[in-house]
Design a protein around this ligand. Structure first.
Ligand code: GLU
Length: 426
């Protein structure tokens, strides 16, 4: 690997999101025999907006926050991707997440490019009024590049439907009319779609069901450990348990709970709704996040942060299958080692695509002012994600690739095709 001052891969640690994303891209580029020109185009974001903006705080002080909106590619359609509020947000992290969105939209064949936004803030440390002011000001700052045909944000870590409603309202105030299609993941009352809140977790269920049917495994009674109990992990836990799986461990950022006979996910959900960490829920054994990743389960679902399974802890992993609910949870080195050990990984860009698939349905409904029943949303989600899974699995089988290699080849291949057909302007 070439290391120089201006090499984006220089001086990065193994679990750094951007170096992971770039290594995965370079690997796909080799496999697809891409020429250097197209590699140069797709290795970098198309557009990067950095904003520093003031917010009046409740105590009368002014604080300045830093945020980003990055569009990696718009070759296949409007840029699409979430907005993250976290103290860990950095330019490079958002670049990686935007690039993953491009491949994700392409692998499930949505007419979108990829984008991501982030604000460096701990949303739990703000009052409701401060959170609203920060959101409205950030929305105004990025209003110059977002819109229903330009770039459509959605929830991600630290953001939620209410935050999407404030963004939609802010953009609509500027325009003088309601622009519902500028964000997805909105509350249903203001142009959101039924089924969006659960969509990423439901997509994981559909992926696990398809994997089970292809491998002749009974989902009923199989064991599952889930790292992360946010919007993705908690819904996946609930739906997998309802489908008959034994959810033996779940965790949040503090730690987790474990029961070899299967946890009662619904009572954990109730406990968590009191905003308590899982480890404070009574009557269950505690487990650390490190121990959870090492459990001998059928399905390990990392559904928290990127960079969780690395060469440091990959030797401990004893799961049969890994289904990536988070974006970028496995480092390239860990990925390689797991591949050699025959541990099958359903990669993030396929496994967690349920969210952006239903975001696409929400956008379509907003543009048509015509809203669907929840069953229709869920049925269409199952169709889209199952078809993508089958395409990836067939390519993996045909070409002797891992599921990640096959998904990347398919996703990157589609973006390359669109980029090449459109040509280089002028
Ligand atoms: N933030 C989600 C993701 O990483 C959803 C993005 C969207 O719906 O646009 O896929």
């Amino acid at each position: 690997m070439a290391i120089s001052d201006n090499d984006p891969q220089a001086a990065t640690v193994e679990n750094d999101a951007l170096s992971t994303a770039l290594t995965q891209f370079d690997d796909a580029a080799e496999r697809l025999h891409l020429d250097d020109g197209i590699r140069r185009v797709l290795r970098v974001s198309k557009r990067e907006l950095s904003v520093n903006f003031p917010v009046n705080m409740d105590d009368g002080s002014i604080r300045v926050f830093c945020g980003y909106r990055i569009q990696h590619s718009i070759a296949r359609g409007p840029a699409k991707g979430g907005l993250r509020y976290s103290l860990h947000v950095s330019l490079d992290e958002v670049r990686a997440l935007a690039m993953w969105m491009t491949w994700k939209a392409a692998v499930v064949n949505l007419p979108f490019g990829g984008a991501k936004g982030g604000v460096m803030v701990d949303p739990r440390a703000l009052s409701a009024a401060e959170l609203e002011d920060l959101t409205r000001r950030y929305a105004t700052e990025i209003s110059i590049i977002i819109g229903p045909s330009e770039d459509i944000p959605a929830p991600d870590m630290g953001t939620n439907p209410q935050i999407m409603a404030w963004i939609m309202d802010t953009i609509s105030m500027h325009k003088g009319h309601t622009v519902a299609g500028v964000v997805t993941g909105k509350p249903v009352a203001v142009g959101g779609t039924l089924g969006r809140l659960e969509a990423t977790g439901r997509g994981i269920l559909f992926v696990v069901e398809e994997l089970c049917s292809q491998k002749s495994i009974h989902l009923e009674g199989s064991t599952v450990a889930i790292q992360g109990f946010g919007n993705v992990g908690s819904v996946a836990a609930h739906l997998l348990q309802r489908a008959g799986a034994k959810v033996v461990a779940v965790s949040d950022r503090v730690g987790g709970v474990h029961d070899g006979n299967g946890l009662d996910v619904d009572s954990l959900l109730e406990c968590r709704s009191d905003a308590k960490p899982l480890a404070e829920c009574l009557g269950v054994d505690k487990i650390t996040n490190a121990d959870l990743l090492a459990l001998p389960v059928d399905f390990l679902i990392p559904a928290a942060l990127e960079g969780q399974i690395t060469s440091r802890n990959v030797g401990d992993v004893r799961a049969r299958f890994i289904v990536e609910g988070a974006n970028g949870p496995t480092s390239p080195e860990a990925d390689r080692i797991l591949g050699e050990r025959g541990v099958m990984i359903v990669p993030d860009i396929l496994a967690n695509a349920g969210g952006v698939i239903v975001s696409y349905f929400e956008w379509v409904q907003d543009l048509q002012f015509y809203f669907w029943e929840e069953d229709e949303v869920n049925d269409r989600l199952r169709k889209v994600i199952t078809r993508a899974y089958r395409e990836v699995a067939a390519a993996a089988e045909r070409d002797g690739l891992t599921m990640r290699e096959a998904a990347m080849a398919l996703g990157v291949g589609r973006v390359v095709e669109a980029t090449s057909i459109r040509g280089i302007y002028p």
